[in-house]
Design a protein. Sequence first.
Length: 276
Amino acid sequence: MSEASAPQPAHPLRQILIDLAVMSVVGLFLGLIGPFGTIAMPVVGRILSWLAFAYVGYAIYRPMGVVVEWAARRLALPAAGLWVAAVIVATLPMTVAVQIITSLPGPVRWPGIDVITGTYFSVLVIGGAVTLLFNLLKPGQGSPAAAPVVPAYAPPIAPIAASEPPAPPPPPPTNPLLDQLPAELGSAIIALEMEDHYVRIHTALGSALVLMRLRDAMAQVGDLEGMQVHRSWWVARAAVEDVLRDGRNVRLRLARGIEAPVARAKVAELRDARWI
């Protein structure tokens, strides 16, 4: 019997081709409307110029995304601020590229500082807008669902004799922890928080206090993946939306704006588990 084959990750060339297709649409659109005074150019030359700006801009701005993702993950810096800084820096070589492209086919013309400054801010507006567009088109923070794994071989199912009725389906599994919650709180547990002799059970829809110990509550979460990150907190991994740092203090931002503190002794464990 052959083992089930694992799903293969998408080839990086596929994403590059998708990005270039988007940049082609952006360049064509800007070439048609002719912003920043380019409307005076002949339409064919204008479209070709904006397509060249789009492709060169992609080659300059795209690597900045790798730097932003690395700094946000390894240095725990805010991604929004990193993107602003990246666009400001990438606009410098892009301004030079724009000046070279607009000088073709003749020699490169280098105007005065006032013109260069104006070109820089025009490029900054376009580069910032396109960068924002790409971030809006990115998938959400949650990881995409894995494709179902289809076994290469499945054993034949023995036919059921006509005289034997099919067995009834097994009853749905019960969760003693959820049985103690009001029905309106749903079943998506995101965190457990110890409060004196009670445990506050946080779900995606709200929270409720239950009289029990935290360790007993953790034993009843079933197969839900999570970790005790503090002596008073247990957190479901799927509920973590961001990691907040204040000096040596680390907090996990969960769904519904909940923030769970992380004990310093747990930071290395969370890092090894790729939570942070």
